[in-house]
Design a binder for this molecule. Structure first.
Ligand code: FES
Length: 76
């Protein structure tokens, strides 16, 4: 781990979300999800843990290519 410490500090992913917590995690009841739900994977959303499209600006500014994870319910 130590050999990566400096690299990791330069590449913090989470700048703003729940920084007072030791770890950011979310518990979501699948029964509460809409038919299609977009979850943020870029850590830039202002609607965390849901995607608000902020990944588009992040990608423009950094050249990155991240986006949400989309969860869909199977039709019943
Ligand atoms: Fe983070 Fe869309 S805002 S993945």
């Amino acid at each position: 781990y130590d050999k990566y410490r400096g690299i990791q500090q330069e590449h913090i992913m989470n700048f703003n979300i729940e920084k007072s917590k030791e770890k950011v995690y979310d518990i979501i009841d699948v029964e509460d999800l809409a038919e299609k739900t977009n979850f943020c994977r870029c850590w830039r959303s202002k609607r965390w843990p849901y995607c608000d499209g902020s990944h588009n600006l992040h990608n423009q500014l950094t050249g990155d290519n991240v986006a949400s994870i989309i969860m869909e319910r199977k039709p019943r």
